[in-house]
Design a protein around this ligand. Sequence first.
Ligand SMILES: [Zn+2]
Length: 300
Amino acid sequence: MKRTDAHCETNFDPAAYAFVATFYCGPNLDIAEAFNGRDAIAAREQYKEHGFNGNFARNGTCDHCGAWFDWGAFLKHIPSGELIAVGHICAETRFSLQSRDIFELQRAKRLRERAKTAAAAAKYLRTHPDIADAFHLFRPDDKRADRTYNLTEKALNTLMHIEESLKHFGTLTEKQAAYVVKLRALILEKHPKDKMEKAARDALLESVPDGDERITIRGKVVSTKVDYTQYGEQWKMLVQDIRGFRVYGSIPSSIYDAQRNDYVTFIARVKRSKSDRLFGFYSRPTSASFVAMAIDRRDG
Ligand SMILES: [Zn+2]
């Protein structure tokens, strides 16, 4: 799982690359035809011969970070002569840096800021136990959670957004805090601590959407496991969506270290299981990110 090649985040040196060509590899053939000029086509040919055997060659994703992209760039790794294909975001924000030092400085700054915010957020939750409890309420492992699913999705979404914003800013606005406290009171009052039968509980869980559209999944990682395939090891995860259903598929590269109890979000095509309306298989996940790390992995 851990990469050791020259192009990954740990090893790459932006100064070691020369720009070759930009290209489009998205689904719109008109754009592809209009945009991919002689440079792009030549680079693509060159890539076939001297391309890095990595994400792009195997999955069509960024050789640096593994994300899906439509717009990208071929870069030549000067020391090895190898071509890599990266998404435009990596091309612009990482490979256009003048040196590895600048990348490290930027990264250190980001990490410092993140650590500061995480500490502030943790402190906020310690000093506001009712808010911490409210965030915990709707989680699948909360013993009261089986009764919270008949909250509207809008309320759950707002709650998750507020939790995200706490992670981002290290604190909540008074309005956000008031909303969370009120919601918690509502949940606890409406759903006294009685035991529900599993069937009754399941009836409150939403089915996996039936159709071919890409949907946003938001929820908790229930478990992860590794599958050994002809392409090497592939990490899979089972995610409990906040709406109640569960989905299973490959862990997207941008959250490759996802673990049990992390909260994640991503967009993917989901196919409902034929035998279980509450279970689905997802494919081609994009835009994956952490909403929150598991409690035991958080700072502070
Ligand atoms: Zn990338």
